[in-house]
Design a protein around this ligand. Structure first.
Ligand SMILES: C[S@@+](CC[C@H](N)C(=O)[O-])C[C@H]1O[C@@H](n2cnc3c(N)ncnc32)[C@H](O)[C@@H]1O
Length: 256
């Protein structure tokens, strides 16, 4: 509504100049609005289970705070509401408020197009359909933040990560929610063999080795994509954050 009003009365060039001049003031004013910066409150207001139900918003706050006023592109897999076309979208609306300059993208196996709005674009398809994922990336470019809150099936989590992590920008974060399904047999998990390489949690645990590849001391070792691009991994109850950047830190011992 505000955008329509402004576009009616000012040219795009005038608005650009205005934004450049007053961006800092606008950010300051938005910061002053109660709740807007509080993900715990926003989650409750929009009815997402990322706070009540799970205690994820405290961790999201810690990791996402620095992106708040950036023009980020966030892609969350899983709109919510399952087969009801008009249900769901709680977290998408929460992110839209939390990131006032951000664009929010999502994907769901069910058609959720009715929930699209300004700054929220929703695709219909499966998280393991790599043609669909390619199409989303081709249309929107790489993402700053990716959240997997989709099927939570173990091989889906891994397949999606393998495809999408390379499409995350350097400096971005990939989040996997509800990774407790790693212990649930009906979701492809395992609660007998805790070293089962097919579970999502073990896939993530294995990635921790990438942080230290420069210490391997193996003759001729060629670092792989994950070695070269993972710089931090944070594990919480049911939740994992994987940071992407150039992992060029050298060993102070090996090959010195
Ligand atoms: C837990 S809900 C998402 C909740 C939402 N992110 C929130 O926090 O408000 C999971 C969603 O993933 C969708 N889903 C299930 N399997 C999927 C798949 N293979 N690909 C994409 N979405 C899927 C479901 O339809 C459901 O709407």
């Amino acid at each position: 509504m505000i955008k329509d009003f402004l576009l009616k009365h000012y040219s795009a060039g005038q608005l650009k100049k205005f934004r450049k001049k007053y961006e800092k003031l606008l950010v300051f004013l938005v910061k002053m609005i109660p709740f807007y910066g509080n993900l715990n409150a926003l989650s409750l207001i929009f009815g997402s289970d990322k706070n009540a139900g799970h205690n994820y918003t405290q961790h999201y706050t810690r990791h996402f705070k620095k992106y708040r006023f950036k023009r980020i592109k966030l892609f969350e897999i899983g709109v919510g509401g399952y087969d009801d076309p008009n249900e769901g979208g709680a977290s998408l609306r929460m992110w839209k408020k939390y990131f006032p300059f951000g664009k929010i993208f999502s994907l769901d196996i069910f058609d959720k197009s009715a929930l699209q709005e300004n700054r929220i674009k929703i695709y219909n398809g499966s998280q393991i359909d790599t043609d669909m994922l390619s199409h989303i990336v081709a249309e929107n470019g790489e993402f700053d933040l990716i959240i997997d809150d989709g099927s939570h099936i173990n091989n889906h989590i891994i397949t999606t990560f393998q495809f999408l992590f390379p499409k995350l920008k350097d400096g971005g974060i990939y989040v996997i929610e509800d990774i407790q399904t790693s212990y649930w047999k009906e979701m492809g998990g395992d609660n007998e063999n805790f070293n089962n390489p097919g579970t999502a949690i073990n896939f993530c645990k294995k990635l921790t080795d990438c942080l230290n590849y420069s210490e391997f001391d193996i003759e001729g070792y060629q670092p792989d994509y994950y070695d070269l691009h993972i710089t931090e991994i944070h594990f919480y109850h049911n939740l994992v954050f994987i940071y992407k950047n150039k992992n060029t830190e050298k060993s102070n011992v090996v090959n010195c």
